[in-house]
Design a protein. Structure first.
Length: 117
């Protein structure tokens, strides 16, 4: 089973930036479409950004133009650069395969992002 380890979260003021990173334990990571998910307090976990094995990206409307997903297949990492952060971006962020196409792997511990003044 693939292990996923997310990092990079923290407390940031509105308008600030954070870069999240996710490392995977297995080489099968390299060929899979990947995604970042967000679970806001009291809400379900939702996909916010995805990237195919060849690098095509997709974003939900609320984060378009502010978030950028990228991957490094050699390092088995997927990152999420988050700019112009808003309080509504607050939540625990997780990476996984793109669940619209693949069965999800076991979730990692996630990384907390809090946007507050």
């Amino acid at each position: 089973q693939v292990q996923l380890v997310e990092s990079g979260g923290g407390l940031v003021q509105p308008g600030g930036s954070l870069r999240l990173s996710c490392a995977a334990s297995a080489s099968i990571f390299r060929s899979r479409p990947l995604a970042w998910y967000r679970q806001a307090p009291g809400k379900q976990r939702d996909l916010v950004a995805s990237i195919t094995g060849s690098g095509t990206t997709d974003y939900v409307d609320p984060v378009k133009g502010r978030f950028t997903i990228s991957r490094d297949n050699a390092k088995r990492t997927v990152d999420l650069q988050m700019n112009s952060l808003k309080p509504e971006d607050t939540g625990v962020y997780y990476c996984n395969v793109d669940g619209r196409w693949l069965t999800l792997w076991d979730w990692g511990q996630g990384t907390q992002v809090t946007v507050s003044s």
